[in-house]
Design a protein around this ligand. Structure first.
Ligand code: PLP
Length: 371
């Protein structure tokens, strides 16, 4: 869709990448690192300076004391972190539970790792799971559950009660919780992030995946993180070494500055994104899309049925939006294995400057029913 957006001069609300600058302090730190000739391979599992900064950040933000020597791996984005975790943990034929809709990479990650994905639906309007349905997905072959919290694409933030339920099942079935917490600092309306690894009895069976992309608005830097117990970290570091050797050394030094930014930076992130959410979602509802405003992350999964009647086709609708209306989105079925479940949905992202969001809204106001 990003390619289509360029081709048709559309406002790109498809891929989750900010169009505003990253913090000056971290850009300066990256330039300084290059000028200081930090231009060779860092130690494969991440520079000591960055790992210490990640541990300091985990202490105040996640409430966890993490040993940077034994429990942290730095990867090329959280994308590499997730595949490293799955390749290291999964044996062929193991089952991995995914909530559906899911972030697009998880299903291929499972397939590459030789896992059999088992889907548990999360349903609108709240995009939460049914406790019994989730429990029914666990069995003797379940190796792990992958949970994205705050959630892309739905914008849900799983409650502590929901996470406790997942944790209980993981302990009961001896299952590993792999959580993608890349939106850990983007939560709305006073919500606080809860890391499953910090729940009772979960530390030894949790893998916490995150990274710099969203928290610092640097999706192109490709710096990701894994926090996991030493035994797993030992395996992850080897897998990561064979896959990529390491993340960009000067950007890791900038990462050390980033994770040590004052807390006001992190608090400001949620409020800035909440303002963008409100600016974008109110007119979007008015225009005729149907959804509940997201609780976290920076996406809206919107039902567009009111424009097309009872035979929705997300791909045609997204094509119409990008070509005729001038706004790029992601067809909802991309987030489902059962494609039909996403045929009436499209995903907008709103990690954009006010002008970009306003331009998208102005174009969407020209949208008319297609039936
Ligand atoms: N995980 C989720 C849920 C995402 O939404 C994204 C990017 O949109 C990623 C991972 C990719 O993150 P990274 O840039 O750290 O590889």
């Amino acid at each position: 869709m990003s390619i289509e957006a360029r081709k048709y001069g559309a406002v790109n609300l498809a891929q989750g990448m900010p169009d505003f600058p990253a913090p000056e302090a971290i850009k300066e730190a990256a330039c300084r690192a290059i000028r200081d000739d930090i231009n060779q391979y860092a130690i494969t599992w991440g520079s000591a300076n960055l790992r210490e900064a990640i541990a300091d950040h985990a202490a105040w933000h996640l409430g966890m004391q993490v040993d940077p020597e034994q429990e942290i791996t730095v990867t090329c984005g959280s994308t590499e972190a997730m595949i490293v975790a799955l390749l290291s943990l999964v044996n062929p034929g193991d089952e991995v539970i995914l909530t559906q809709p899911y972030y697009e990479n998880y299903w291929p990650d499972c397939i590459i790792a030789g896992a059999e994905p088992r889907f548990v639906p999360i349903r609108p309007p709240h995009w939460s799971f049914d406790f019994d349905e989730l429990a029914a997905a666990f069995n003797d072959r379940t190796k792990a559950i992958v949970l994205c919290n705050p959630n892309n694409p739905t914008g849900t933030v799983f409650s502590r009660e929901e996470l406790e339920h997942v944790a209980r099942l993981c302990r009961e079935w001896d299952v590993i919780a792999i959580t993608d917490e890349i939106y850990e600092h983007i939560l709305y309306d006073g919500r606080r992030h809860c890391c499953i690894a910090a729940l009772d009895g979960m530390r030894e069976r949790s893998v916490t995946v995150s990274g710099m992309s969203k928290t610092f608005g640097v999706t192109g830097w490709r710096v990701g993180t894994i926090i996991a117990p030493p035994r797993m970290t030992w395996a992850f570091r080897q897998m990561h070494d064979f896959i990529s050797i390491g993340a960009a050394a000067p950007l890791q030094e900038a990462g050390a500055v980033a994770y040590r930014l004052p807390r006001s930076y992190f608090e400001g992130l949620s409020s800035a994104y909440q303002a963008r959410r409100d600016r974008f979602c109110a007119p979007l509802l008015e225009i005729g899309f149907d959804f509940e405003p997201p609780q976290g992350a920076y996406y809206v999964m919107a039902d567009f049925s009111s424009f097309v009647g009872d035979r929705p086709d997300d791909e045609s609708f997204a094509r119409h939006l990008v070509r005729e209306v001038g706004v790029a989105t992601v067809p909802g079925s991309s987030f489902f294995r059962d494609k039909e479940l996403g045929r009436h949905l499209i995903r907008f992202c709103f990690c954009k400057q006010d002008e970009t969001l306003d331009a998208a809204i102005a174009r969407l106001r020209t949208l008319r029913a297609l039936v």
